[in-house]
Design a protein around this ligand. Sequence first.
Ligand code: ZN
Length: 338
Amino acid sequence: MRGAILHAPGDVRVEDRDRPTIVEPTDAIIRLSAACVCGSDLWPYRGIETYDGPIPMGHEYVGIVEEVGDQVSAIKPGDFVVGSFFASDNTCEICRAGYQSSCIHRQGVGGAQAQYLRVPLADGTLVATPNVPSDDLIPGFLAASDVLGTGWFAAAAAEAGPGKTVAVVGDGAVGLLGVLAAKQLGAERIIAMSRHESRQNLAVEFGATDIVAERGDEGVARIKEMTNGLGAHSVIEAVGTQESMMQAIRATRPGGHVGYVGVAHDVQLPGEELFFSHVHLHGGPAPVRQYLPELIDLIWNRKINPGKVFDLELPLEQAAEGYKAMDERRAVKALLRP
Ligand SMILES: [Zn+2]
């Protein structure tokens, strides 16, 4: 089969790889209907995150179940399924509390920019749609696999809801879908922080009521001006840098909440400032599995259209161009058709 491999920074190639097979009786093999490039794939692509040797890329996936192990009972061949980047048993105490991405049996799922994928702990990890969806719904389900689930967790962790003003730091796919999630959760005012017109427009379409183009200290000052000098109740942090994290914390009012989901890279939090801020911090790798049944229902019934974050679609063979376009910020998110 064909699959994308990262050989070195800036060097992604689609090559022949062994087709995965059932290893454990709890595995499933799925034939991917679509895959995509994640903002977090850009960290190793840019050489900011180091890794050993060539790595198969991709951790967002939807597809048709091809084969299941002997102990899999909740899904069957022919089902269209959505999973996420950590496999989980969905039965342990941590999973039952809604933190499947910290499951005591969690396993990373990788190599999804390919034709086939092995998913461990299939019963706990995969959720089937009511039926095989029409083609136009596939991008939405693919978004649910990571960026929508992550944006949703960020909005929930930031306690977005009725009466709340929510600010969103980061205008990538996760930030934009954080806007959509905040809207669905009933937030009163949603301020998207973005300086790119096409992303601002999508943020407004997803439910943003205001746009702030400034960033850093100036961005914080704008949020305070808009909130009687107090700061937002809820701030979504969807970048993962020192600047974005401090922007999020400083834009939050005392007693408010930051939901941080940008994968942290060299972020150092100042203890004394944090102590006096009275800001709640909650985040991490999103337990996407917790939200999948609800998100699948919303997408299946066409209540939300998160697939709009894909503004570039390419055949899998052209994965390298998808990385390049996202790296150069010519595209928000690239969808790959195997
Ligand atoms: Zn678990």
